[in-house]
Design a protein around this ligand. Structure first.
Ligand code: ZN
Length: 320
């Protein structure tokens, strides 16, 4: 970077004594980068904290020196701790997966992030469900990655997926013609009918007045402000309330209806599996191939903890 077209090296070409300043760069990261450039490999740590590896990806991307640290990236990334589900944690995961060409983790992180996003009616921007003060639209790394619109679109697509599942469930419960009963009890047809009706009535009564449901009017999902994972929890709550409320009626028939439920559980993983990341975001596969060749971070092997892999990781949930 001192001899190319970067501004830091311009004085060098005049032949005078020169001092290079890097006011914006992390000094620790710069030291590692310079040690690598001067082949002082013994001076380079084999383990680094999340923040340091992130800073190194920022710096090496800025000076186009990702390839210089190729012998180190896989080792560093493999030893990183779990990234928290905070704005910083998501930004670091996305940025690092992008810069190192880790496509699988990039896609999974995008999808996980989409599931956490919420909006507000009275202020612009997108936020994590639990971090209302940090508008992700103002994050320079997300801006640089160009993913903000995709994140908003992806959030809507996931909300619509959850809405479609709820609609299907209500449709199934409403139209049982020639399909038998949802009721699982041993009772006769009359009580099975009463059970189904009680569940349908309880679903509508529970949904009625829920602010996020907007009385079920067309396109209600597009007006939802909470995150997809929060919406799924609320839908699960409707199901539980329905089972509880309809049980009051059903017990009078003298039958056991504890297995009767208006729909099989609608889960976050089911919603996420319904939408492929490739349909939600535009990904430059060739860029990722180039970066992966430079970083040497391989997609084979185990997924690092940092990116949601490992024993307690949830990466599978976010895969396509
Ligand atoms: Zn029943």
């Amino acid at each position: 970077m001192l001899f190319g077209s970067f501004s830091e090296g311009q004085d060098q070409q005049k032949g005078d004594d020169w001092t290079v300043t890097f006011p914006e760069d992390s000094p620790d990261s710069l030291r590692i980068l310079l040690n690598a450039a001067h082949s002082k490999f013994d001076a380079i740590p084999t383990t680094l904290p999340n923040e340091a590896v992130f800073n190194l990806t920022v710096l090496s991307d800025k000076y186009d020196m990702v390839g210089l640290l190729k012998p180190f990236w896989s080792n560093w990334v493999g030893k990183l701790g779990v990234a928290p589900a905070t704005p910083l944690g998501f930004v670091q995961r996305l940025w690092m997966a992008h810069t190192l060409g880790y496509l699988q983790c990039y896609k999974a992180t995008l999808k996980e992030l989409m599931s956490h996003l919420r909006v507000f009616n009275d202020k612009p921007g997108i936020f994590l469900q639990c971090y209302h003060e940090e508008n992700l639209c103002e994050n320079i790394h997300l801006q640089a990655l160009g993913v903000l619109e995709d994140l908003e679109d992806g959030r809507l697509a996931l909300l619509r997926e959850a809405g479609a599942k709820l609609r299907d469930a209500i449709q199934t419960l409403t139209n049982r013609k020639d399909k038998g009963f949802l009721c699982r009890s041993e009772g006769d047809a009359e009580w099975k009918r009463i059970c189904d009706c009680a569940m349908l009535g309880a679903v509508h009564r529970t949904l009625y007045g829920k602010t996020w449901y907007h009385s079920g009017e067309k396109g209600w999902e597009d007006r939802v402000t909470i995150s997809v994972r929060h919406l799924v929890v609320k839908i699960q709550g409707v199901r539980a309330a329905t089972v509880e409320e309809s049980g009051m009626v059903k017990r009078k028939g003298g039958h056991h209806h504890k297995d009767c439920t208006p729909w099989a559980d609608i889960t976050l993983s089911g919603v996420l599996k319904g939408q492929k990341v490739d349909h939600l975001v535009l990904i430059d596969d060739e860029y990722f191939e180039r970066q992966q060749a430079k970083s040497g971070v391989t997609e084979l092997g185990t997924t690092p903890k940092f990116f949601g892999g490992g024993e307690f990781g949830m990466l599978d949930m976010y895969k396509d």
